[in-house]
Design a protein around this ligand. Structure first.
Ligand code: ADP
Length: 215
């Protein structure tokens, strides 16, 4: 899943994982868990998280590798929060090749900036996450456009990119994602040589339950 902060990766990652009965690996959650447990990794990354900076690649990639290892030969996984840079995307690809795994879909959640800021500030009031302050939110958003968003083009060229309009309520977004993934599953099941093309569903809001009168 590739999406800006506040787009709903965590929520939709859980929906997908439950629907397909596969694990949901969220790098942000893994990192925050290290911080909460005050592990060595946690102490090393806390500053990055608080400032909304990316933690060093080695730390994230090592964590993802460890999470994927036991899943070799399994039914799949949802990766949330990685890759966040083109460098991570390439490294992740190498790790996956080593483990004889491949990403079948790169899911992009598209959300307007104003909506993202609104959601993140609302979350800040509820959860008190250390990186949900207005300055850090703006920084995370800028970083997303700078280094993460460009990865989408790479997945688009590989024909595995699916973009959905995630400005809407979470259940409507979830329905659209599951519909798209169920359809794509049939293409994926035809094997690695089946022709793939990027899918852009971001203008299909109305067909997937956008309340009437909203645009
Ligand atoms: P959000 O998408 O709302 O920023 P996440 O929970 O995905 O939330 O990430 C929170 C923080 O964890 C990031 O700001 C960053 O510091 C760190 N992080 C998560 N994934 C990565 C990654 N792949 N590479 C570097 N840092 C990461």
């Amino acid at each position: 899943m590739i999406a800006p902060p506040g787009a709903g990766k965590g929520t939709q990652g859980t929906v997908i994982a439950e629907h397909f009965d596969i694990p949901h690996i969220a790098t942000g959650d893994l990192l925050r868990d290290h911080v909460a447990r005050r592990t060595e990794v946690g102490q090393a990354v806390q500053g990055y998280l608080d400032r909304g900076e990316l933690v060093p690649d080695e730390v994230v990639l090592q964590m993802v590798r460890a999470a994927l290892e036991p899943l070799q030969g399994g039914a799949g996984w949802v990766l949330d929060g990685v890759p966040r840079t083109m460098q991570q995307a390439r490294a992740l690809y190498e790790i996956a090749v080593e483990m004889d795994m491949t990403a079948d879909v790169a899911l992009h959640l598209q959300v307007e900036d104003a909506e993202l800021v609104r959601r993140l500030l609302a979350r800040a009031r509820q959860t008190g996450r250390s990186d949900d302050t207005e300055d850090v939110i703006r920084h995370r958003l800028a970083l997303y456009y700078d280094v993460t968003h460009p990865i989408l083009e790479w997945y688009g060229e590989r024909g595995i990119l699916v973009s959905v309009d995630a400005n809407r309520p979470a259940d409507a977004v979830g329905r659209q994602i599951l519909t798209a993934l169920e359809v794509l599953r049939q293409v994926v099941d035809r094997g690695p040589d089946a022709e793939r093309r990027a899918v852009d569903l971001t203008s299909l809001g109305a067909a997937f339950g956008r309340p009437s009168g909203q645009s």
